[in-house]
Design a protein around this ligand. Structure first.
Ligand code: DX5
Ligand code: ZN
Length: 230
């Protein structure tokens, strides 16, 4: 299975957002991760649909919109219209998660569910066949540049194994504190989509940074696919 790298624009130079998108795409990004924050679900604010529409005018890779907002169902159509390819909502913010996932798919996007570090994997168990992606947060959402939370690793494993066992086409994505080193551990646990802000935009060469994340991720993936000695 291929590893996909999704640079998070939260850490880019926002005064040159279009150039930054082009630079990471030239450097090998597979997706562009767009963090939407409302100052209520998370203690930070970013941007809304008009800014995402502006990103879409530049981006040639799919926009992966991570909604860290309360009542995400109110904004699904607006983000779909702005050009989101994938819309991920937080399980903790969505009392009618199944309905919201249907709404996202009817709007023409793939549907994701994000889980905060303390949220159990069971929160997605009964919607696993109604979604396209599970985003396991490996930091508390709201800010870039935080440290990876180790205790999330078994949760990635649990979700990836359930997806495999049920033969579903669900991608497992991780977000927060991803570096070339943590990349190998999350892919060994079963993740295939890696979000990275600081580990891409904090480096001089975006192409080198993306290549390092990809090779860390692929090394972890190989160790997962190689049967262990009894
Ligand atoms: C955090 C966001 C992340 C953030 C990751 O709430 O969801 O996408 O940009 O930043 P790093 O990779 O620096 O931890
Ligand atoms: Zn994110």
């Amino acid at each position: 299975m291929t590893i996909e790298i999704a640079p998070s624009l939260l850490s880019c130079d926002l005064s040159r957002i279009g150039e930054e998108i082009r630079a990471v795409e030239a450097g090998g990004a597979d997706l562009i991760h767009v963090d939407v924050m409302d100052g209520r679900f998370v203690p930070n604010l970013t941007w809304g649909p008009p800014v995402v529409a502006a990103m879409k005018r530049t981006a040639t890779t799919p926009l992966d919109c991570h909604l860290m907002i309360v009542e995400p169902e109110k904004y699904v159509e607006a983000f779909a219209k702005a050009g989101a390819a994938n819309i991920t909502v937080h399980a903790e913010a969505s009392p009618h998660l199944h309905r919201t996932l249907q709404q996202i798919r009817s709007a023409g996007c793939t549907a994701g569910v994000a889980l905060n570090p303390h949220t159990p994997p069971e929160m997605v168990e009964w919607v696993l066949d109604s979604l396209d992606l599970v985003l396991v947060m490996t930091v508390n959402p709201g800010f870039g540049g935080q440290s990876f939370i180790e205790s999330c690793l078994p949760k990635i494993e649990r979700i990836a194994s359930a997806v495999q066992r049920r033969k579903l086409r669900v991608r497992v994505e991780v977000d927060g504190g991803i570096t070339a080193e943590t990349a190998s551990r999350v892919t060994a646990a079963g993740a295939t989509v890696l979000v990275a802000g600081t580990a891409v935009f904090g480096k001089k060469s975006y192409a080198d940074a993306i290549a390092a994340l990809r090779s860390g991720g692929e090394a972890g993936r190989r160790s997962r696919d190689t049967p262990r000695e009894p």
